[in-house]
Design a protein around this ligand. Structure first.
Ligand SMILES: NC(=O)c1ccc[n+]([C@@H]2O[C@H](COP(=O)([O-])OP(=O)(O)OC[C@H]3O[C@@H](n4cnc5c(N)ncnc54)[C@H](O)[C@@H]3O)[C@@H](O)[C@H]2O)c1
Length: 438
């Protein structure tokens, strides 16, 4: 591939369906960072480095200085929500950030008023709100979203925009014939087909308007062939799904380590309590099922029990999420891991993670915005497997298995950046330092 990266435009638009806990934590953070009041901790694009060339060359720039991505101050943000609250009121409700932080950026947050959402309670049973578009068909709802996008671009004088889904988890839906081709999908929208969810309508509208789409929820959204077809047709990147924060992040850090040491695992029980709106939505069994499927795949593909049946065939993996309002966004996640080692002797690992989900998710939103725009300018369209690092359930071609190991994902991401910029891949062989003939 001969990759030529187009120059970034002056500003980069960001459209977020769902101005809830993650959305507002992200927006407030961007403003606090822009004002020099805080730091983008957790963001690989801003604080991560990348080694280039041999170790003797001492070239390890910050990623943001290596690849031509937008600066944080270039971002212009808008979004949709089913509630009329501005980002200020929503941030207050979410109770992730301190009042002190929120008040420092009050003006900016108050200036972000959500556009009317495409929403149907059928797909998120525990929610309902007044700020919702009406139209006779799903196809017309998509046209209305496209109207919003045009208006947002015009008002802010933007050429480039990225969309990141930060709205609620929808009920579990499996791929059906209506998802198989773009033609069937468009016909389905005109006929209000049940299997076309609001998140798919946003993705369709974004891609029709030349906007890359990243999916932060476990919804089916861009995993369907019809949307992949549209992304390819319009030369646009898509990525998903389900931001990798909290318990699954820990799982993809610990499980590769246990496998690397060929230690056996026969049980992994994960449970957590959380009390935010996301927790309330997930209290509905149909939305929980979508989340559960996204979370359960992780261990199987890291441990590959078919290759190591003595170590992992018996693994009992259970994931529970309990809605517990007193905790708000301050989740507590417990993991009990039953492992065995030399001669089959049993051991246990216990993790108690006092976690702030949205604090872990906000830098992912930032990185995805900047990298999805970069991918578009580099001509990378369709599934962006190199962004697996950010997702619980990374997208992949049907004939491939997903890569879940966080460290392999990081190596893949960094090698993709090196490749884009014409630098050598890093293999970590290292024999060349010791022998002249390598
Ligand atoms: N918090 C995390 O770390 C994390 C990790 C992985 C995935 N996620 C997913 O990210 C999403 C957002 O999480 P959150 O904690 O911000 O939840 P939240 O409930 O605080 O925010 C979601 C917002 O989306 C709005 N919404 C729902 N349907 C909508 C629609 N069709 N159009 C526009 N707005 C809509 C809701 O009104 C709400 O304000 C959820 O799907 C969650 O499962 C969260």
């Amino acid at each position: 591939m001969d990759i030529k990266i187009k120059k970034p435009s002056k500003k980069l638009g960001v459209l977020i369906p769902g101005l809830g806990a993650i959305g507002t934590t992200f927006i407030a953070g961007i403003e606090l960072i822009n004002q020099g009041l805080s730091k983008p901790i957790g963001s690989l694009t801003q604080m991560g480095t990348i080694r280039l060339g041999k170790r003797t060359e001492n070239r390890t720039p910050l990623i943001k200085d290596f690849v031509p991505i937008h600066k944080i101050e270039d971002l212009v943000i808008g979004g949709w929500d089913i509630f009329e609250d501005t980002a200020y009121e929503s941030a207050k409700n979410a109770q992730v950030l301190s009042n002190e932080h929120i008040e420092l950026v009050k003006d900016k947050l108050q200036s972000i008023k959500p556009m009317k959402a495409v929403f149907d309670k059928k797909y998120v049973k525990k929610l309902d709100g007044p700020n919702v578009k009406k139209a006779p068909t799903k196809f017309e709802l998509a046209q209305k979203l496209m109207g919003d996008i045009d208006k947002f671009k015009k008002e802010n004088k933007l050429t480039d925009v990225v969309m990141v889904w930060c709205a609620s988890t929808e009920i579990y839906i499996e791929q059906q014939p209506v998802h198989e081709t773009l033609e069937a999908f468009e016909k389905g929208m005109k006929e209000n087909h049940e299997a076309i969810t609001p998140s798919m309508i946003y993705a369709y509208a974004a891609l029709k308007k030349g906007i890359p789409f990243a999916n932060g929820a476990p919804n089916l959204t861009v995993d369907i062939p019809a949307i992949r077809e549209l992304a390819k047709q319009n030369g646009l990147p898509i990525a998903g799904k389900d931001f990798k924060t909290g318990q699954t992040l820990m799982k993809t850090i610990i499980a590769p380590g246990l496998r690397a040491r060929v230690l056996g695992i026969n049980g992994w029980f994960s449970t957590n309590i959380l009390g935010n709106r996301d927790g309330e939505v997930l209290d509905d069994p149909e939305s929980f099922k979508t989340k559960e499927v996204s979370k359960l795949g992780v261990l199987d593909s890291i441990l590959q029990p078919e290759m190591n049946p003595e170590l992992y065939n018996e693994l009992y993996h259970k994931v529970r999420i309990n809605y517990y309002p007193p905790r708000g966004d301050n989740k507590e996640g417990w993991d009990n891991i039953d492992i065995f080692g030399w001669l089959g002797y049993h051991m246990q690992i216990k993790i108690d993670f006092l976690c702030k989900d949205s604090i872990l998710a906000a830098p992912i939103v930032l990185d995805l915005i900047l990298f999805m725009d970069l991918a578009k300018r580099a001509g990378l369209d369709g599934i962006q497997e190199w962004l697996s690092f950010y997702f619980k359930s990374p997208m992949h071609l049907p004939e491939l298995y997903p890569e879940h190991d966080l460290f392999v994902q990081l190596a893949k991401l960094k090698n993709t950046l090196r490749y884009m910029m014409g630098e050598d891949m890093i293999t970590h062989l290292g024999l060349d330092y010791y022998y002249d003939d390598v």
